[in-house]
Design a protein around this ligand. Structure first.
Ligand code: FES
Ligand code: FES
Length: 171
């Protein structure tokens, strides 16, 4: 009897959740306490979003939720039900890179790379809101992201370059 009660308690902690991840529908059964970052990395095997502080302080885990940059380490996976999540893997790939990905390479805007996935997804969300940003606006947009390698000046240049290229592609 006791064993049955424990089993029921454990079963109640699991939940089924469906959402769109990088353009594909995902159906997951996860512990209700799982963070989005844990679900992405451990259940969906995406290693782009990184675990840094776990406290919404560093930005390494940032992903887009319905086009807005969020910190996946403090976002319960239940929040994304029926919504669209985009990670660095969904921005582009080697064959068809996002202009930000090309620009980060062109500007050599990374060193260890740990922070870059979060920074690039925040930059993508930012550029969709502000396609012609000033240097200071980019700085402000990325100010919540820590980079221990000190690559921020090159990243700002990369975001400027991507903005220019995105504009040229549209005209
Ligand atoms: S790991 Fe999420 S903000 Fe640092
Ligand atoms: S490139 Fe190393 S932490 Fe940013």
């Amino acid at each position: 009897m006791r064993q049955r009660l424990i089993c029921c308690a454990l079963a109640e902690m699991n939940m089924s959740i469906k959402f769109e991840l990088n353009g594909k529908t995902v159906d997951l059964i996860v512990d209700a306490n799982t963070s989005l970052l844990e679900a992405l990395r451990n259940d969906l095997m995406l290693n782009g979003p990184k675990f840094g502080c776990g406290l919404a302080q560093c930005g390494a885990c940032a992903v887009m939720l319905d086009g807005v940059s969020i910190r996946s380490c403090v976002t319960p996976v239940s929040v994304v039900a029926n919504k669209h999540v985009t990670t660095i893997e969904g921005l582009g790939n080697e064959q068809d890179p996002h202009p930000l990905q090309s620009a980060f390479i062109a500007e050599q805007a990374m060193q260890c790379g740990y922070c870059v996935s979060g920074i690039m997804t925040t930059a993508a969300a930012f550029l969709s809101e502000n396609p012609s940003p000033t240097h200071n606006q980019i700085r402000e947009a990325l100010s919540g992201h820590l980079c221990r390698c000190g690559a921020q000046p090159r990243m700002i240049r990369a975001v400027q370059r991507a903005a220019r290229e995105m504009k040229e592609n549209q005209s």
